[in-house]
Design a protein around this ligand. Structure first.
Ligand code: ZN
Ligand code: ZN
Length: 280
């Protein structure tokens, strides 16, 4: 079965994130291990690591995913690129200590508009990170993006190309974001559309490399490059692909993480809907 969960706040301490996820009955969760709007996150103390690991053990949570800082741009020019490499290495180290399986990364963007150059900078940065963290089991999941501006990773094919350039390193994978895929133009609104998407993922990346799904509807239209998260089934996507993904055997044991707004029906309502769609 897919592992249904949500992004939860770590306000008040990392172990508080697990308490929140437990209250939701989550089977997986995503968290920021440090402030996503800052460059330097501090390393968790021994006591924090201990309480985090203990809280996971006593819970229904099977997999924990971290989302890296929004500031990172591994495809950026030299100054920001160096800082991003260092920050991602620190993030991976925090994840390793905390027992977190994988970190989600926005592939970055080309500020100067040269996509090819930006992609090569990203590949070189990732290669450095992989070498400098080679003893770590923590995976890096490149998130599919909605395609605003010069954002890399706006198609499954492009992410496949990046993994290929890095010789299919075992520690690289993809975070498939339903809202972003739709914003970037993928028609997932029907059974057939969803199945075509997963075939394309299998062809370009491999379904086994999908380390997690991000689930939210989109207020924006297909192909609009808009990334405005909405409750499941209440945006332009509708309910169909969300039901398909949580009951897809190819994604059993894969975290399916809500990134829906916290207002209205909230995580409780969206999780209840996903469980109903999965049939348990
Ligand atoms: Zn993200
Ligand atoms: Zn988004």
């Amino acid at each position: 079965m897919s592992l249904i969960g949500a992004h939860v706040s770590a306000s008040g301490g990392l172990h508080r994130a697990i308490e929140r996820a437990k209250l939701l009955g989550a089977e997986s969760m995503q968290v920021f291990t440090s402030n996503p709007l800052q460059w330097t996150g501090k390393n968790p103390s021994g006591a924090e690591v201990e309480s985090f690991r203990r809280a996971i053990l006593g819970s229904s949570i099977r997999k924990v995913i971290s989302h890296s800082s929004y500031l990172l741009n591994l495809a950026g020019d030299d100054g920001v690129r160096g800082k991003s490499v260092d920050a991602l290495i620190c993030e991976i180290s925090r994840c390793y200590q905390l027992g977190i399986d994988a970190v989600v990364l926005h592939p970055g963007s080309s500020k100067d508009g040269d996509r090819g150059e930006a992609e090569r900078r990203l590949e070189s940065s990732l290669s450095q990170v992989l070498v400098r963290t080679e003893d770590s089991p923590v995976k890096i999941l490149l998130e599919t993006m909605a395609g605003q501006g010069g954002t890399l990773g706006s198609s499954v094919e492009e992410i496949g190309g990046i993994l290929e350039a890095l010789d299919w390193n075992d520690r690289l994978g993809m975070c498939a974001d339903m809202c972003h895929l739709f914003g970037a133009g993928v028609d997932v609104r029907s059974d057939g559309g969803y199945l075509r998407l997963v075939s394309s993922i299998d062809w370009h990346v491999g379904t086994s490399r999908v380390g997690c799904w991000h689930l939210s509807d989109n207020k924006g239209m297909r192909g609009s490059n808009v990334d405005r998260h909405e409750h499941i089934g209440q945006g332009e996507i509708g309910i169909i692909p969300f039901g398909m993904v949580v009951s897809d055997d190819r994604f059993s044991d894969t975290p399916c993480l809500l990134e829906t707004p916290k207002d209205g029906i909230g995580d409780e309502g969206n999780l209840a809907l996903l469980r109903k769609l999965r049939g348990a």
